[in-house]
Design a protein around this ligand. Structure first.
Ligand code: MN
Length: 205
C-alpha cells in the first residue's frame, strides 16, 4: 500500500508596497476555508473553489491600496494563491497532472481544462459574447487578471470556457470557480499507478 500521509501544505506571506497577503493551503484538505480579501464577491468565490476542490485555504489580506481600486489586490491574491499551490505540489511526483471540471448554474455553464505542466498560461473564452459588466466592484476583466496571475505563479495551463454567459456576474463567476476547484482537485490528486514525475521529460519545472 502506497502511503502519502504527509499532507501537501504550504504557506506564504507576501508584502509589497501595494499589498500584504498571508495565506496557507492544504491540498489534501476537506474544503474548509477562511477567506478575508475585503472583496465580498471574491471571498464567496474562493470559498466555493476551496469547498469543491477539497482544499483547506486560509487567506487574509492585511493591507491593500484599495483607496486606488481593487486592481493590485485582486492580482496579488492570484499570485499568492498560485505560489502556495505551487509550493504545496512540490516536485509534482505522481500527480494526475491534467484536470477537467464543469459546473452549471441555471443555463450558464463553464468548462475548465488544466495541465499542471509547470508552464503558466491562461485563456478565458466567452464564445464571442460580451463580457458581463461590473458587479459589486468586480468584473470578468478582474477575473481574467486574477486567473492569469494564478496560472503563471502556479505553473499551470488553464483554459476556461464559459458557455451561455448570462448578465449576472455572480452566476458566471460561480460556474467558473466551482469548475476550477473540480479541475484542480482532479489534476492535483495522486495517481497510484504513476511512478515519479508525470512527464516523459522526467521533470516538471
Ligand atoms: Mn452565490
Amino acid at each position: 500500500m502506497l502511503t502519502f500521509k504527509k499532507a501537501r501544505t504550504a504557506a506564504e506571506n507576501r508584502k509589497s508596497s501595494e499589498t500584504e497577503i498571508v495565506a496557507k493551503v492544504n491540498i489534501d484538505g476537506c474544503g474548509n476555508s477562511k477567506i478575508k480579501t475585503n472583496i465580498g464577491i471574491l471571498d464567496h468565490m474562493l470559498e466555493l473553489f476551496a469547498f469543491h476542490g477539497h482544499f483547506d485555504i486560509d487567506l487574509e489580506v492585511k493591507k491593500a491600496d484599495t483607496n486606488i481600486d481593487i486592481h493590485h489586490v485582486n492580482e496579488d491574491i492570484g499570485i499568492v494563491l498560485g505560489k502556495i499551490f505551487r509550493k504545496a505540489l512540490g516536485d509534482r511526483q505522481r500527480i494526475r497532472r491534467f484536470g477537467f471540471g464543469a459546473a452549471p448554474m441555471e443555463s450558464t455553464f463553464t468548462e475548465v481544462i488544466l495541465d499542471l505542466s509547470g508552464r503558466g498560461y491562461f485563456r478565458l473564452n466567452t464564445q464571442g459574447a460580451l463580457k458581463a459588466g461590473s458587479q459589486e466592484g468586480y468584473s470578468l476583466t478582474h477575473l481574467e487578471h486574477f486567473l492569469e496571475s494564478f496560472a503563471h505563479h502556479l505553473g499551470a495551463n488553464i483554459i476556461v470556457d464559459i458557455k451561455n454567459i448570462c448578465e449576472d456576474l455572480h452566476t458566471n463567476l460561480e460556474t467558473i470557480f466551482k469548475a476550477l476547484g473540480l479541475a484542480l482537485d482532479q489534476a492535483a490528486q495522486i495517481d497510484q499507478r504513476r511512478q515519479g514525475i508525470p512527464s516523459t521529460k522526467g521533470i516538471i519545472d
